[in-house]
Design a protein. Structure first.
Length: 440
């Protein structure tokens, strides 16, 4: 009750103060940023009290106070706060890479590849076939010729199989889980992100052939190779530089953590390489070339500096959800979500048996692979630009599916961690995605 009262008071104060900043975009953005930290953190506490993931509370706060509901957060404010989301993705990617040790990849890399391959292939085929068979329930696909409908189906299949490093890392930070289910989930999610870039580029080229009128000439092999190999090269160089800094300087780690994430994302943008893969590689190289204690110190400093950024990032993710679009597309969204979940479940079971994983790991692994977020949203935007005839409607369908998985996924992943004994089952979670306590 106390938390709800705090939230109502903050909402009233922002409603009163917002007109005072209407003349300047900067003041509006700062006001929105501060409000989202307080509101999302408060709703996250309520979600934790109800034994749910705090991440879901952050996203629910974004939905409630975003343009689709109370409109406390305006579309203009979402645009102005886009750099916050970029910084959050950079921090999440770096931390995800830093969680991986070379010894672990050497010992378990083949098993992770087997699980990912089975789950990815089955999910892609099942989702593409389901959408193609149910195209009559999708308004913009009803009148498309069969080749174009097939193009839409394969594009959706290649994007809908993406997982979410952001949600995975947030839940691991919230629960402090470090067991085999948590680490196997993280490994599969990161490997999938790399492979999906290749798969999506191939399906985009195929879709351009099947659907005349698409803009652009496809993705060349050279461009694709540079996006992947260049990201590995740039990430290795940046990670080595960070390891040298930790070896000889090792000061002001809190500030250095934020600067490292900013630098990595900007270098990736200027070099035209895949940003997430660049930062994952940077974190992996920096952690494995540094002394373990210094690598852990940098990781902890980055987690502390990322606290308010993570909260706002997930709140902004919720604010971008178009509730009306989700409701309109429910007749096809629900079957797609069910098929996706079933394909992940079967794929991880088959892959786990192929890889020789213990049954308690393969049985819980699928619950951590349901979430979707940033990478999938970015690929959906690429599709919208590439196909002017139906790209916008296709992006709406993808964003609605992503929104559904984004809200359900964290709940399922936390259930997996609790069921496997890697997270507490009740009460306040230790170290929930750390955020500063609101002033009392």
């Amino acid at each position: 009750m106390r938390r709800a009262v705090i939230l109502l008071v903050v909402f009233a104060l922002v409603a009163l103060l917002r007109p005072l900043g209407s003349a300047g975009y900067g003041s509006q953005a700062l006001l929105t940023f501060g409000f989202l930290i307080l509101a999302a953190y408060t709703v996250g506490e309520i979600a934790t009290a109800l034994r749910g993931p705090a991440v879901v509370g952050y996203m629910v706060a974004g939905v409630v106070f975003g343009p689709a509901a109370l409109a406390t957060v305006s579309p203009e404010a979402l645009t102005r706060l886009a750099p916050v989301s970029g910084l959050a993705v950079a921090l999440i990617a770096f931390l995800a890479g830093a969680e991986l040790r070379w010894e672990e990849l050497r010992d378990r890399g083949v098993a992770l590849l087997k699980v990912m391959s089975a789950e990815l292939l089955l999910g892609f085929i099942a989702l593409a076939a389901t959408l193609y068979a149910g195209r009559g329930f999708v308004p913009f696909m009803r009148d498309l010729p069969a080749p174009q409908a097939l193009a839409v189906a394969v594009l959706v299949g290649s994007i809908a199989i993406v997982h979410s490093p952001a949600v995975t890392m947030a839940l691991l930070a919230e629960t402090r889980a470090r067991g085999p289910v948590a680490r196997t989930t993280l490994g599969v999610v990161l490997l999938t992100d790399v492979v999906v870039v290749l798969l999506f580029s191939g399906t985009l080229t195929l879709a351009r052939t099947l659907a005349p009128g698409a803009e652009g000439s496809g993705v060349s092999l050279g461009t694709l190779s540079w996006e992947i190999l260049g990201a590995l090269l740039v990430g290795t160089l940046l990670g080595t530089a960070i390891a040298v800094y930790l070896r000889f300087v090792n000061e002001e780690l809190l500030l250095f953590a934020v600067l490292a994430a900013f630098l990595g994302s900007e270098v990736a943008r200027l070099a035209h390489v895949e940003a997430v893969l660049t930062l994952v590689t940077t974190g992996f190289v920096a952690e494995n070339l540094s002394h373990r204690s210094r690598g852990e110190a940098l990781r902890h400093a980055m987690e502390r500096s990322a606290a308010p950024v993570f909260v706002v990032f997930f709140a902004l993710s919720g604010a971008t959800i178009d509730v009306a679009a989700v409701a309109t597309l429910l007749p096809i969204l629900v079957p797609l979500a069910i098929v996706r979940g079933a394909a992940i479940w079967i794929g991880t079971r088959v892959g786990g048996r192929w890889a020789g994983l213990p049954r308690d790991i393969s049985g819980n692994l699928w619950l951590g692979l349901v979430s979707q977020a940033g990478v999938a949203i970015g690929l959906a935007s690429v599709v919208a630009e590439a196909f002017p005839t139906f790209g916008v409607e296709l992006r709406t369908l993808l964003l609605a599916l992503i929104a559904l998985n984004q809200l359900v996924g964290p709940i399922l992943f936390r259930r997996a961690l609790v069921r496997s004994g890697e997270a507490p089952s009740r009460g306040a979670l230790p170290g929930a995605v750390p955020a500063p306590s609101p002033p009392r």
